[in-house]
Structure formats: C-alpha cells, structure tokens
Design a binder for this molecule. Structure first.
Ligand code: NI
Length: 165
C-alpha cells in the first residue's frame, strides 16, 4: 500500500492506449488499493491507472452521491443518454478547469478486482467522471474538448452550482 505519484499533462503515459487487464492478481489489487489511497489524498473524484504511470485499463471513480469508490477494470460504456455541460478538472492538470459537455447518464460494464463482470450506472457528476476516466484509458484528456480554461471568476460562478474534482 502506498501513495503513487500522479503524472502531469505532457507525460507520455497520458497519451497512450492502455492494455486490458488479464491477470487479476495481487499486483492488480495493490494497484487498486494504492490508486484509491492516492485519489483520497488528492481529494479527487476519479483516477485512471495511466495517471500513476501504469498503462492498464484500470480506473477508480467516486460515486458523487454515496462518495464510495468504484473500482473499474476493463470498463466500457454500454449506454449513454442526455447531455450536461459543466466545469471539469483533472488531477494531471492541477488548478485548471474547463467546460465540457458529457452525457447526463451512462451505464458502464466492467470487471471487479477478481475478474467478475458487473454493470453500474451513473448520472450527473458520476456520469461525467466515468466518461472522463474512461477517456484516459485511450490516451485522451478533457482538454481535447475545450477551447480554453475557465477564468477564476467563471469557476466561482459555476462552482456555486456544482462541486467536483
Ligand atoms: Ni483526469
């Protein structure tokens, strides 16, 4: 167990397509434990394995309602509906935010740490987080969806409604 270093934008790890997990072993469990600990310490809403330098299809998403951490291995989006536009940040781009349009609701299929498949749904901030983290696994970042970062004033304005990281 331990904190992992979060890489920042510009690091090659963030532009690579990650490989599927095939071995649901102790090494994976340590990675998941470390990622949750790292995410908690950073007070973020989600973290993808490439952000800690591991090019595997693994991410952690915090359920915005229950504040529980959801471990996702080899996740994929099954369905999505609706649309929302709101401020989005990333632990690999500290202190910056941009307005991103995402589905309002998504259903995800993923494996748990032991390899069992499950489905999970999320709406609002949780749906946004699922989409953001899954993109990381294909080497994409939210900045590809924005023209510019939000100003401090804009951020304060938007954060009056929502709060996320
Ligand atoms: Ni991110």
């Amino acid at each position: 167990m331990g904190l992992r270093k979060i890489v920042e934008q510009g690091d090659d790890c963030l532009t690579k397509v990650c490989r599927s997990v095939t071995d649901f072993n102790a090494r994976l469990h340590t990675l998941l434990d470390d990622m949750t600990e790292t995410l908690q310490a950073a007070e973020g809403a989600g973290l993808a394995a490439p952000q800690v330098g591991v090019l595997r299809r693994v991410c952690i998403v915090m359920d915005a309602e229950t504040e529980e951490y959801i471990e996702l291995v080899n996740p994929e989006i099954l369905f999505q509906k609706g649309e929302q536009t709101g401020p989005e940040g990333c632990l690999s781009i500290p202190g910056k935010w941009g307005l991103v349009t995402r589905p309002e609701w998504v259903r995800i299929r993923a494996q748990d740490r032991n390899g069992s498949w499950f489905e999970v749904e999320g709406e609002g901030l949780t749906a946004r987080c699922f989409c953001h983290e899954l993109e990381h696994l294909d080497g994409h970042m939210y900045t590809e969806h924005i023209d510019r970062f939000l100003t401090e004033e804009e951020l304060v304005e938007y954060m009056g409604e929502d709060r996320e990281a």
